[in-house]
Design a protein. Structure first.
Length: 393
């Protein structure tokens, strides 16, 4: 007997080694009490607001453990619509919203609803590590368009339009970007919208870090092209709720109807007690986002200053988010070699930038959403490691 798997499993498999292997090794070492510092994933070192937790507990104890509407409870969808309208300037209602378990599910639903075998989907490189498998899951081919390091990871609109073919169905973008932290400018957003309009394309805009930008807003694609833009986001980063899996997708009603049908055969509704907690989280969004935003902005400055002047590396200033890229090309190590040797020597786990695409080869990503003392210690260890690489003259 030799039963076969579907071709689907190949489309979603990692290309090469598991990019998260070092991170999980570091997590296990930390849990075992070893002297390690984990800066390899975007999970803020903050607790979910107590009010949100209290609502979830009360909801559980009241028996809110049954099926829910697959698109989400009307009150939550209305709250998400109101927050999206405030953030983007795009007028939407609850009918434009579907609740999903995190931004990742929003990306996955968008991929499967927009493209299929024989189609192409453009994604801007660097891109979040799950994008390639998420896009290939639909059967479509991923076409990466560079946001070059030499251009400080901003969009080359001419290269983007040149990549459009009759097979192209959608463009995936993230603003602020993960891993670079770059926010698309008004000009870039206008250019993207114009390209999508000319070629009748969808845009999937990943705005999970938008609440961490100055003022909690970024230039909005949805406001410029509401009938062709899907905006995905969640409470993971803005409210330190990564494990709650409370996310959503905002788009045209016609798309939401298709997404609802997909949710019925995949997820069948987010847990009621999590939805009630999400309603409370959105009710206090101004306060919660401001706290996380200030937390990250202070630590961004701390880590950047601490790593500036370290031999052989160069920190790249991010516009927003929780991550900082470090250019390690002068070490003459590959980024993979750098992260593994650093972890072995100093117990600091970072992520190889090659996970995010060709444009971040030679870079590593550090998460700065950690306590100040932890970041100072990590920077000192990175400095010591880099100093050890300086050739003796």
């Amino acid at each position: 007997m030799n039963p076969r798997f579907s071709p689907f499993v190949g489309r979603v498999a990692h290309e090469g080694a598991d990019p998260w292997a070092l991170h999980w090794e570091a997590r296990q070492d930390h849990a075992a009490g070893k002297d390690v510092i984990v800066l390899s994933v975007g999970d803020p070192d903050l607790d979910t607001p107590g009010r949100v937790v209290d609502v979830a507990i009360r909801s559980l104890r009241s028996g809110d453990t049954h099926y829910t509407e697959t698109a989400g409870r009307p009150k939550l969808r209305a709250a998400i619509a109101a927050r999206h309208a405030w953030r983007s300037g795009q007028p939407v209602g609850p009918e434009n919203v579907i609740v999903l378990p995190g931004t990742q599910n929003g990306l996955f639903v968008a991929s499967l609803c927009l493209a299929g075998p024989g189609d192409e989907v453009i994604a801007l490189d660097p891109m979040y590590a799950t994008y390639p498998a998420t896009i290939r899951a639909s059967g479509a081919q991923l076409v990466a368009v560079p946001m070059p390091a030499a251009a400080k990871f901003h969009t080359d609109l001419e290269a983007l339009e040149a990549a459009v073919t009759p097979k192209t169905r959608a463009i995936f973008v993230a603003t602020p970007n993960n891993p670079s932290g770059v926010i698309l400018s008004d000009a870039e957003v206008e250019g993207l919208a114009a390209i999508a309009r000319r070629h009748d394309l969808w845009i999937v805009s990943d705005e999970v870090y938008a609440g961490l930008a100055d003022g909690g807003r970024v230039p909005s694609l949805g406001a410029r092209l509401p009938e062709q833009v899907l905006t995905v986001s969640s409470l993971s980063k803005t409210h330190a709720m990564t494990g709650w899996r409370a996310g959503w997708l905002v788009g045209p009603v016609s798309f939401i109807q298709h997404a609802d049908a997909m949710a019925q055969c995949m997820l069948y509704g987010l847990q009621g007690f999590i939805q009630e907690a999400a309603i409370e989280a959105l009710a206090m969004a101004d306060e919660a986002e401001a706290e996380v935003r200030e937390y990250c902005q202070k630590r961004r400055r701390l880590l950047f200053d601490a790593l500036s002047g370290v031999p052989l590396i160069r920190p790249c200033w991010p516009d927003a988010g929780m991550f900082m890229l470090l250019d390690v090309r002068d070490t003459r190590l590959t980024a993979d070699e750098f992260v593994h040797r650093l972890y072995k020597a100093e117990g600091v786990s970072l992520l190889d930038g090659a996970v995010f695409g060709r444009e971040t080869q030679g870079f590593v990503r550090a998460c700065f959403a950690a306590e100040e003392a932890t970041l100072r210690d990590a920077a000192a260890r990175i400095r010591r490691f880099c100093t050890s690489l300086v050739p003796i003259r």
